[in-house]
Design a protein around this ligand. Sequence first.
Ligand SMILES: Cc1cc2nc3c(=O)[nH]c(=O)nc-3n(C[C@H](O)[C@H](O)[C@H](O)COP(=O)(O)O)c2cc1C
Ligand code: SF4
Length: 366
Amino acid sequence: MPREHLRAPLQLPSFKVPNRIVMPPMVVWKAAEDGAVTPAILEHYRDSAGPGMVIVEATVVSAEGRLARQQLGIFEDRHVEGLARIAQIIHATGSMASIQLHHAGRNTNLENTFGIPLVAPSAVPAKDLVPEALTEDGIERILGCFAAAARRAADAGFDAVEIHGAHGYLVSQFLSPLANKREDRWGGSLENRARFVREAARRMRAASGSRLLVSCRLGAAEAAPGGLTVEEGIQVAKWLEADGMPFLHVSAGIGREPQLGPEGGPWSNRLLLGAAVRKAVGIPVIGVGGIVMPEQAEQALAEGLVDLVAVGRGMLADPEWTAKTLAGREDSIFRCRQCPVCHHFRHAELCPARTESAPGVRHPGG
Ligand SMILES: Cc1cc2nc3c(=O)[nH]c(=O)nc-3n(C[C@H](O)[C@H](O)[C@H](O)COP(=O)(O)O)c2cc1C
Ligand code: SF4
């Protein structure tokens, strides 16, 4: 059968993932300003049906952690009802429903937080705004927010949650020596810097009463001098595994990941970072980065680089990416052009894959 690796199911502790294709978390900024689910968000997830695992976009656990005014929220119990509708939509095709739990930390601005001051491990700015260094009580409060969010995700019917531990947001700020200058038990040594993510995961498992698999998108390395090294990222992955994490999703921390393969090679550095982590742990690893077409995804699995393949912009370019792949209609996929900055961050209508599709072929996106 073609694409046999992509089609192979994967048994996780409490869910059999029907195929190896993952829709990674991708914000679409279509929530209401109070974080509630809107019809546009439901439509977005309905359009993208079919990946073995769908990880709902970065969803904020606490009001001051907002990254945009229209970011999806999970910081109040009233958010559960709408989120449950997303979980139902994902389950309708037999997919595993996960949701990414996020806090921006210093990496946002006062407009996005509706005037609430920014907080971070240390008073080190990401851009021009200096965040407040979190007190011990402040850390305790945010850990509580992650735990409460996990409980809400379980109430909404999700199978898993993913801690957003990558891309320079709060959890990644704790991990990185570039942003974490603390001299208490939350900073300094790698063990101390990793305490926040490990403690968040522990409390999330406890709060959800084992109704959820608690995973993490780990920003496992940083190219910038003085940043988190690959060796450190691998050590954190090993600790998360030892603590009971059932699978991991690997990406970069603050900024780009280091160069791991030859320039112009077949695999992105980000995917190779996932492969490096996979070699060191015994749990399944989701790899991501630069996979645009099914043949690349199949090859990554066939070479044993990672266990599941996330296709981000490829699925924004064509929400039917999975459906077409599994139906053997790959030729009709609207291919992502890997633009320097993806228009879906703000102006999805400018996506060339959606506007320049073959004459006579109406793209599902309009
Ligand atoms: C529009 C857009 C939104 C994104 N939102 C998130 C997000 O919410 N959380 C996250 O961890 N990564 C986010 N990402 C990163 C993607 O999940 C993915 O890791 C990245 O695009 C690289 O994969 P790709 O080459 O397959 O696109 C976003 C990327 C794009 C293009
Ligand atoms: S805007 Fe460009 S990078 Fe983003 S999905 Fe469309 S083609 Fe791909």
